[in-house]
Design a binder for this molecule. Structure first.
Ligand SMILES: C[S@@+](CC[C@H](N)C(=O)[O-])C[C@H]1O[C@@H](n2cnc3c(N)ncnc32)[C@H](O)[C@@H]1O
Length: 263
């Protein structure tokens, strides 16, 4: 396990923390973030709306009976965190957090405590190596994999250039029928100039970045029951905080989201 914080290099978690107004970022992250803001000034709107989707989709899963959550690409703690949302509806909910940033690991230990009934744990792992996350005992000791799990990958897969369908299959194959998959990821469909320039800024700094089209994101849910309203920008996924449904707001958000159930 590489636990070097490497603060001289930007990290996607810390750049995102800067966008959300957090304090867990370093000079290299702030410089990268400012470069991204120059080309995509609305990325802060995207981060906020994405975070709201995380909350809404988690609440939906808890209300649908899910009591076990696997959240990959957790990020630096930002209240309310996923376990707080899940446990507000289902106090006995268990949450496994996974991230590959050692800084998230350090914070996760300090902040992510469970309720009396529920519990949280943390696995330092890389989504591009599903076996490292799925292998016993960490995950299977904590979650009962014979029961449904809510798998969330929120604002994660645009940092994955590898074969996303293969990664998703590996995780979904390990999960019981009745499990859910919730995704939110960046697209250049609405504002190609700004978003593709932002993608370049990430790549120049050796951060993986890959935007996706609606068709690509839709294909990730193949074999699952995609819930209404399908693959849509996150503020359009069921009733939420946003009341602006104009094309210009879709362009500001420039993400696709979706939730599906494993039959
Ligand atoms: C933009 S943040 C999203 C945080 C949170 N899910 C949310 O939506 O607010 C992306 C997170 O994914 C993590 N990440 C990036 N690539 C990863 C990988 N290959 N495996 C696991 N985590 C990764 C980053 O460290 C970061 O914490």
């Amino acid at each position: 396990m590489n636990t070097d914080l490497a603060t001289d290099q930007p990290h996607t978690s810390r750049v995102y923390d800067y966008f959300l107004g957090g304090k867990d970022n370093y000079e290299a992250d702030r410089q990268a973030a400012e470069e991204i803001l120059k080309v995509w000034p609305d990325i802060r709107v995207a981060a906020r709306v994405n975070r709201q989707f995380m909350q809404r989709s988690t609440r939906f899963l808890a209300e649908s009976g899910i009591r076990q959550f696997l959240d990959i690409g957790t990020g630096i703690p930002t209240e309310p965190n996923l376990h707080q949302i899940a446990q507000a509806t289902a106090p006995d909910a268990k949450v496994v957090y996974v991230d590959n940033d050692p800084l998230v690991l350090a914070h996760a230990r300090a902040y992510m405590t469970g309720t009396e009934l529920g519990a949280t744990t943390y696995i330092y792992g890389d989504v591009t190596d599903p076996g490292s996350i799925l292998k016993p005992p960490e995950l299977s000791d904590f979650l009962d994999l014979s029961q449904p799990v809510g798998l969330s990958m929120i604002a994660l897969l645009h940092f994955v250039e590898a074969d996303v369908p293969a990664i998703l299959s590996a995780f979904l194959d390990a999960l019981a029928p009745g499990s859910y998959l919730a995704i939110c990821t960046i697209t250049a469909d609405f504002a190609p100039d700004a978003v593709l320039r932002a993608q370049d800024v990430y790549r120049v700094r050796n951060l993986p970045a890959q935007v996706r089209t609606r068709d690509e994101v839709t294909s990730w849910f193949a074999g699952l029951e995609l819930l209404d309203p399908g693959v849509v920008p996150p503020h359009r996924w069921r009733a939420g905080e946003t009341t602006d449904f104009s094309p210009s707001f879709d362009a500001k958000v420039s993400c696709y989201s979706g939730v599906a159930r494993k039959p």
